[in-house]
Design a protein around this ligand. Structure first.
Ligand code: NAP
Length: 487
């Protein structure tokens, strides 16, 4: 295969990769290639197709600021509608010809002599790129718990992110493991089909009501013909959500109010005191992702549903066994057990300056300057990298801020007639200490929980931005050229 050259190689065609590609094209920087491991574009919104899959951020904010959609059908968009929106954006902005599907990055090695990356893909081709932008996202490596006997299970078993629609759930005894953001969406959908559903919960979540509704034709027409109304609505949602950051950042009043709303929601739907107790979290709200659902609690009160809080100790051919010795029969096993976030660049060999690998650099702690770039890895940029996820607002806002920042770096390189840029080790460590001091007063440090937000060894939050979106927009508004080495 002939080696190829592209100026910018983008990894992934989800919200991040597409956002980057569209803005490159708008800036008339057309030497770029997007490689996508999946068979279609859409990233997480193509991979996750479980029943009830939807977003818990309102549609008018969970979209690109440069391509607002008047036609959203409801307040909280469902997976198919988000995927259709992403596909239409990609087509409208002319980036489809730049995308190569079924192609994963397997290796990227920095060539110090020529100041570019030599990469290899899953199809064996080599691509040389001056710049790599990773839009790989954090939530795509399924976490399957290591439970003794799992391989002995004789029925169908699958993870929420690879839902097996060929398996009929009608009249089956279903065992669901996990009660996170995905499970609370699919459980209410499958309860009516199941003969019996056993839900294994390790930690209860704080759940707020989901105030979802359909937009009337009139409202959609208003959004279409009066674009300012769309902007006003988006701005209103933005501020309402961004103010919620206080829950995470140490506001006792906001946290107390949010807990009250969640407890009222639980009490309204669950009368059984034992079930209520099992569903009441014993850690501070916001420490784990706050979930929103109005049909999860009602689903748990159905006669064919049983909530099990005992630890799972073993899986047998046709059952799940818990620590109290009880054996729960199951025909189908569904994992709603989340993703391995600490493995952001899992399976990809990335070697920067001096041959040092990203894996080695991140062995002690995963981190990146502004969540975007890592010292020793010139021209490698991350979208939604470490500590830039959000628990309270739309991540699309973070992606767009990062895309703008990367474009500024590219333009500065061109203006300075440089080929590469590497964040200085001192700037990187200064950012790390600022981040650590910001994190000190947050709920993730003191909330008394464990979640994928935290490094499994140190307990430190490595996933979420410890601030408002406004503060991140401020931090990324300008490229401080002194923080970088220009090569
Ligand atoms: P998750 O929120 O990490 O939940 C995983 C669940 O599996 C938790 O309840 C966890 O319990 C449980 N679990 C893990 N290992 C277990 C074990 N060995 N035994 C028993 N239970 C176990 O995963 P997810 O639901 O797939 O969601 C992941 C992320 O995707 C979310 O946090 C969110 O960022 C994103 N998401 C977003 C939306 C949206 O609307 N925007 C929708 C779905 C997902 P513990 O709590 O005890 O660890």
């Amino acid at each position: 295969m002939t080696p190829q050259y592209t100026d910018v190689l983008i990894i992934g065609a989800g919200f991040s990769g597409l956002g980057m590609a569209i803005q490159l094209r708008k800036a008339k920087l057309t030497s770029f290639l997007v490689i996508e491991k999946g068979a279609e574009i859409g990233g997480t919104w193509w991979e996750n197709r479980y029943p009830g899959c939807a977003c818990d951020i309102p549609s008018h904010l969970y979209s690109f600021s440069f391509d607002l959609n008047s036609g959203w059908s409801r307040m909280y968009p469902r997976q198919a509608e988000i995927l259709a929106y992403l596909k239409s954006c990609a087509a409208r902005h002319g980036v489809l010809p730049h995308i190569r599907l079924n192609t994963a990055l397997t290796e990227a090695v920095w060539d110090e002599a020529h100041l570019h990356w030599r990469t290899r893909t899953s199809s064996g081709e080599t691509i040389t790129a001056r710049v790599i932008v990773s839009g790989m996202g954090a939530l795509h490596v399924p976490h399957l718990p290591e439970i003794p006997g799992l391989e002995r299970f004789e029925g169908p078993a699958f993870h929420s992110s690879s839902w097996d629609y060929s398996v009929s759930l009608t009249g089956k005894r279903i065992a669901v493991i996990g009660t996170g953001a995905s499970a609370i969406q699919f459980v209410p959908q499958i309860v009516p089909k199941a003969a019996h559903l056993t839900l294994f919960q390790r930690t209860p979540a704080w759940i707020l009501p989901r105030l979802d509704f359909e937009f009337s034709q009139r409202a959609r027409r208003r959004f279409l013909y009066r674009p300012s109304s769309k902007w006003l609505f988006r701005t209103y949602i933005f501020w309402t959500l961004d103010l919620r950051a206080g829950i995470f950042l140490g506001s006792k009043l906001m946290a107390r109010k949010a807990q009250e709303i969640a407890l009222r929601h639980l009490h309204r739907h669950v009368n059984d005191p034992q079930l209520r107790e099992a569903l009441t979290p014993n850690y501070a709200i916001g420490c784990k992702r706050i979930l929103i659902s109005s049909d999860f609690y009602p689903a748990l009160t159905q006669p064919n549903v049983e909530l099990v809080t005992e630890q799972i100790t073993e899986i047998r051919e046709h059952s799940v066994v818990t620590a109290d010795g009880a054996e729960h029969p199951a025909d189908v096993l569904i994992f709603g057990t989340g993703f391995k976030i600490t493995e952001l660049a899992r399976g990809v060999h990335i070697a920067g300056r001096g041959g040092v690998t990203l894996e080695e650099t991140w062995r002690e702690r995963m981190g990146a300057y502004l969540g975007i770039t890592v010292s020793g890895f010139p021209n490698l940029f991350f979208l939604l990298g470490p500590n830039t996820g959000l628990g309270h607002n739309s991540v699309v806002l973070m992606i767009e801020a990062q895309v703008r920042y990367i474009l500024k770096c590219l333009k500065l390189m061109r203006r300075r007639k440089k080929r590469a840029v590497d964040v200085r080790a001192e700037s990187f460590s200064r950012f790390r200490s600022e981040l650590a001091s910001r994190l000190r007063s947050t709920v993730w440090q003191s909330g008394g929980c464990r979640s994928w937000y935290q490094d499994s060894r140190t307990g430190e939050n490595i996933a979420i931005w410890p601030g408002t979106v406004v503060s991140y927009l401020r931090a990324t508004r300008r490229v401080k050229s002194g923080d970088f080495e220009w090569l």
